[in-house]
Design a protein around this ligand. Structure first.
Ligand SMILES: *Cc1c(COP(=O)(O)O)cnc(C)c1O
Length: 377
């Protein structure tokens, strides 16, 4: 129940990875047949990754994951626009891969940021972005779907607004890509970040989409791999697996999302109806098909994670990337929720592999655990 933190590699992706690692082990830059074989694996994966978001393969660059894609895009985009300005607009609920990068850029004088709050349902009002755009604004960065609440952001109107005002638009789509439909053309997206391990491909592989015609400097320099946008010998097995996972998603996304939506809604209804003082965080409908985020009165998320772990159920309190710290989630605080409600939050995220039986059991155990924890205090 912690699939937003990471997913298990699919059998199909695993097979592609093993095949590439063992049989296509040549260096893709080499001119001999071993190299050409590996290069072909990359070319085919690039086409699959591009197709799933209606991009051209030449607009897709493989990286070491979501964080690296975000870092490359944010730094590169702002530096490429330094003649116009360095003002960046973002939201308070972004992943730390975006927030910490922009904060570092601000501290070093290469960016000035405006961080917008979101509404209580976890969704940004595009009107706030319109009002924040200045003559020196060069980039807007708004995530496609939030990793804690699953809140899906109004990407299409934001993209249209940015295009109309001549401002670059980046979206961190790590939680959305392969889970819900994305069309970079139709949505006027200039940059996008995605990661393998959130979509049943391995950890340590990701990609970025950079719209044709936009030139930004790379973050990692060295050889000319990935058209000079990401130096270093390619992670061919990881790339092969990412391509396989993208192809699988193209076939299954619609039906899998519909199945997950049913299980998600069962969980939300069962928990909020049967546990007094249990409320849903984030918009009820405009959320990822796999995300449930609920707060419990008088119980902390941290204690629930520990109690459920003892019963063999893996969940998350706040985002996994900040787990270990007792600070409330910056996402829930950014929605204007109280500190107490933020500390009482629990995130349950399912996958295409989750069964109805598992969901029923999790709900029953959670109801029991909340009663026990409340009885103790
Ligand atoms: C997981 C995640 C990232 C980071 O991706 P990595 O591949 O782990 O570096 C970035 N943004 C969001 C929204 C995420 O969920």
């Amino acid at each position: 129940m912690d699939n937003a933190a990471t997913t298990r590699i699919s059998r199909c992706a695993l097979r592609a990875m093993e095949e590439a690692a063992f049989n296509c082990f040549g260096n893709p830059s080499a001119r001999h047949s071993y190299g050409r074989e590996a290069e072909k694996v990359i070319r085919e994966a690039r086409r699959a990754v591009a197709e799933l978001m209606n991009a051209d393969p030449s607009e897709v660059y493989f990286t070491g994951g979501g964080s690296e894609s975000d870092n490359t895009i944010l730094r590169g985009a702002v530096l490429s626009m330094k003649k116009k300005g360095k003002h960046v607009i973002t939201t308070a609920i972004e992943h730390h891969a975006v927030l910490h990068t922009l904060e570092d850029m601000q501290e070093n004088g290469i960016a000035g940021i405006t961080m917008l709050p979101v509404r209580e349902n976890g969704i940004i009002d595009p009107e706030e972005i319109r009002k924040a755009i200045r003559p020196d604004t060069v980039l807007v960065s708004v995530m496609f779907a939030n990793n804690e609440t699953g809140a899906v952001q109004p990407i299409r109107p934001i993209g249209a607004l940015c295009r109309q005002r001549g401002v670059l638009f980046h979206t961190d789509a790590v939680q959305a890509y392969s889970h819900i439909p994305i069309d970079v053309r139709d949505m006027n997206i200039d940059f996008l970040a995605l990661a393998g391990h959130k979509m049943h491909a391995p950890k340590g592989i990701g990609a970025m989409y950079i719209r044709k015609g936009i030139q930004i400097p790379p973050l990692i320099r060295g050889g000319g791999q990935e058209h000079g946008m990401r130096a270093g010998t390619e992670n061919v097995p990881g790339i092969a697996a990412l391509g396989a996972a993208a192809r699988e998603a193209a076939e299954q996304m619609e039906s899998s999302a519909e199945r997950q939506r049913v299980l998600r809604d069962y969980l939300i209804d069962d928990l909020t109806r049967n546990i007094p003082g249990c409320v849903l965080n984030g918009d009820r409908d405009r959320r990822l098909p796999n995300n449930v985020n609920v707060s419990f009165e008088g119980v902390t998320g941290q204690n629930l994670v520990a109690a459920l772990d003892l019963r063999g159920i893996a969940v998350s309190a706040g985002s996994a990337c900040t787990a270990g710290s007792v600070e409330p989630s910056h996402v829930l605080m950014g929605m204007g929720l109280s500190r107490e409600r933020a500390l009482g939050a629990l995130r349950l995220t399912i996958s295409g592999e989750t069964t109805e039986k598992e969901v029923r059991e999790v709900s029953a155990v959670l109801q029991e655990v909340v009663r026990q924890l409340r009885g103790k205090s």
